[in-house]
Design a binder for this molecule. Structure first.
Ligand code: UDP
Length: 254
């Protein structure tokens, strides 16, 4: 790991300089945090599973024409991505009431929403990621109105596609968080999907039992956290080759 220059260390991932200019290596850790860093822990094998799950979902989205930062998976814990200028927003899509929406608006968890709701949060840990409106985003220059139009269109497309994909494997996509970045090509700018899509940033419920198959198991101390992530990978048909016993994975493997 030390052979590469570290660019950034986040809560669940580390970014290293990539092999070519304009690329980065995204390394998935087993570390888990919740409630704005107040709860910390480790979910054994999470990094391996999230690397694989995010690769799968980003690839599928790429196949339907959603542009992403994902290039290819390098090994058990690392993937090559394009270096983008991250737009400092967390874009949350909700299909079913849960988490902060259920709490803030007093809507029973599990209530089907009349339509998908998209919310923006300003990505800033020291401010606990406050919710913001399009007005704040454009006034403070985090994104232009036309960027937001594109982000909204991409977000709804991702939601439609992933809702169907998860439904096909008996999972309800309750809500999830996306991040976007700007990719520059000479003078031209494109907005692409960045970060990761995994049970760390989605709420995934079993369609029949409503069992939670995501990070809420860690947040709420429900137990069987690793097993839930594994179950998502298993249903997607992508459990790592060695099976559940192989989840620690070699640190580096080219
Ligand atoms: N989420 C996330 N990162 C965050 C906040 C939320 O990935 O910093 C995801 C979360 O996993 C859930 C969705 O966004 O799938 C909506 O989260 P919510 O606003 O309900 O917040 P939470 O209850 O997670 O604090």
């Amino acid at each position: 790991m030390s052979r590469r220059r570290q660019i950034y260390e986040g809560k669940a991932k580390v970014l290293f300089e990539g092999p070519e200019p304009g690329t980065l290596v995204q390394y998935f850790k087993d570390d888990a945090t919740a409630f704005n860093n107040q709860k910390k822990g480790t979910i054994t094998g999470k990094g391996v599973l999230n690397n694989r799950i995010s690769e799968y979902l980003m690839t599928k989205l790429g196949e339907i024409g959603v542009q992403t930062h994902f290039v290819r998976r390098l090994n058990m814990r690392e993937q090559l991505v394009r270096e983008v200028e991250i737009i400092p927003l967390e874009v949350v899509v909700r299909n079913v009431a849960a988490g902060s929406l259920a709490k803030r608006l007093g809507i029973a968890e599990g209530t089907q929403l009349p339509r998908s709701i998209v919310e923006y949060y300003y990505k800033n840990d020291s401010l606990c990621d406050p919710m913001v409106s399009e007005e704040h985003i454009t006034a403070f220059g985090w994104a232009a109105t036309q960027d937001l139009d594109e982000i909204m269109a991409m977000t709804l497309r991702v939601n439609d596609f992933l809702t169907g994909l998860f439904l096909g494997i008996g999972i309800r996509l309750v809500d999830f968080k996306l991040e976007f970045g700007r990719l520059w090509n000479n003078e031209e700018m494109r907005i692409v999907l960045a970060d990761e899509i995994s049970p760390d940033n989605c709420r995934l419920w079993d369609i029949k039992t409503n069992e939670k198959l995501d990070k809420d198991r860690f947040r709420l101390d429900l137990g069987k956290v690793e097993e839930a992530y594994q179950e998502v990978a298993r249903r997607l048909g992508i459990l790592p080759e060695g099976g559940p016993t192989d989840l620690k994975g070699p640190k580096t493997m080219q």
